[in-house]
Design a protein around this ligand. Sequence first.
Ligand code: F6R
Length: 617
Amino acid sequence: MCGIIGYVGKEDAAPILLEGLRRLEYRGYDSSGIAVMNGSKSIQLRKKSGRLQNLRNLVADQPTKGACGISHTRWATHGEPTDNNAHPHLDQSGNLAIVHNGVIENYQSLRDALEKEGHEFKSQTDSEVLAHLIGKIYDASDETDLHKRLISSLREALKQVSGTYGIAAMHTDSPKFLVGARLGSPLIVGVGHGENFLASDVGAVISHTSNAVYLNDRDIVCLTEDEFRVETVEGGISDYEVSEVEYTAEQADIGDYPHYMLKEIYEQPESIQNVFRGRLLDEEASAILGGLNMTPKQLRDVDRIVLCGCGTASHAAMAGEYIIESLARIPTEVEIASEFRYRNPPLDKNTLVFVISQSGETLDTLSAMREGQRKGHRVLGIVNAVGSTIARESDGGSYLYSGPEIGVAATKSFTSQVTMLALLGLLLGRMRHLSVDYGKNMLEEIRALPAKVERILEQSDRIKEIALKYIDAEGMLFLGRQFNYPTAMEAALKMKEISYIFASGHASAELKHGVIALVTEKLPSVFIMPNDSVYEKNVSSLEEVKARKGPCIAVTTEGNTEMERIADDVIYIPPVTECLSPILSVIPMQLLSYHFAVARGCDVDKPRNLAKSVTVE
Ligand code: F6R
């Protein structure tokens, strides 16, 4: 949430910053700005509300000059998305600029005190308070080494704030010098040759360097074009290493697709394969997840599992609960991370906690992980973003290797997470009661998934026709049962977030307990009902909706002709073993919401009010 990129080197900074912001725009897109230091020691500030193009136009009209700068794309927390509230923010003297991601919780009391001392603020943001505070400490300092003076001013200021931050700052006294710090909001150093970068995400710098340092909480960093130094806020030595970014700039580009969301939907045959590549054990008819760092005995001792995540990841967790319980018969519960972190659920020593997160940076999920660890539990991560905070701080886990997911609506991460949970269920099941034959069949079913996904993607045009048929719908219900109840929840979330219509997902049998009151000719219901053990039950629920004149779309298994007669529209998925069906059935739902939203003129990659990777509470 909010994107930061800073640059110090020999090139003109503005194009580099604007290109970095383009790559980071998915983190926030309500306003943006750059500050560039020029040779004559002043800060050139350009800020604009609205999409990045507005800032590009401003910079084209009023170019900046200089090879050192910081920039920001914002997702508003404090203060509306106006030009003034956009970052960077200056201190009272106008000589110091900062960009900030996170929330300064005690900003109001700090601001009151600074105002009493004569400081004048130009924005309603919490971040501007930080700029004034660092500037005030800097101006009062008698340290003659100007680099040291800026670092110690930042350090002092951070001791006075509570909240979270990923920061980049610069001062006119040190025109080719950047400082940064992180606590709770990600920050990386992009290590170049004769140039260095600070960014909230490696994606911002991959067209310049594939070497990055993932900073830890409470790290302070300073950079010149030739070197960088990392310390802790307290002044100690920080452990860091330079890692290679695991994807290329091309992989993160949109290519010929009109939207990242569509690109990522189409990447699913490959991303699912990436989850199970090298993790299927034919000889043992099982799976191997080496990153769990657990012995067979420890895995056998697990008697309860808690799966924790937010949004789409929590829906993947729900599917995981059904899958693990059916394959391994281990009691499994789903905890929404934002709830888990503040309640005090009883966990015993044989409970295994997993946090599930595409970005590995979602604050609620990260906090849930730390809460579990604080209580002495082993917390494992199922994460996509390599080097992310959850990946680094968890006690082990497995990467999804899905490649960058840039569309704000999660798509390929869901199918990858569910595939990973199926591998986990298989592994734990084979250590308990699952037979060799069952295990072998599961391996075949898992290997067959990518080709089956391809078959669903071929129906995109047909799904688009259905989306257009219901284009005036003011809402939509999504119904599923057992393994596809989570699919219904996820389908409703996709529809809501990118097309802004009311949509809700329910267990089909719950219809008659209240939801059916909503049914009219104008409210389509989508039944996710493959030919499985609850198919007949789903047919009954669908009939109940039809009897009340509600239009029905059925997502069912290829070869099912019954639905052609009963439902208004039918979408087919290939036959699949019941527990893996959410991995297939969600794909037509992603396509339905995509085509529906595009036809309604919505910006599917940047839905209103949202941003990818929620690093605030
Ligand atoms: C929905 C969506 C969000 C995320 C949620 C968790 O399409 O993208 O609900 O799933 O914010 O994000 P991660 O997985 O990065 O922790």
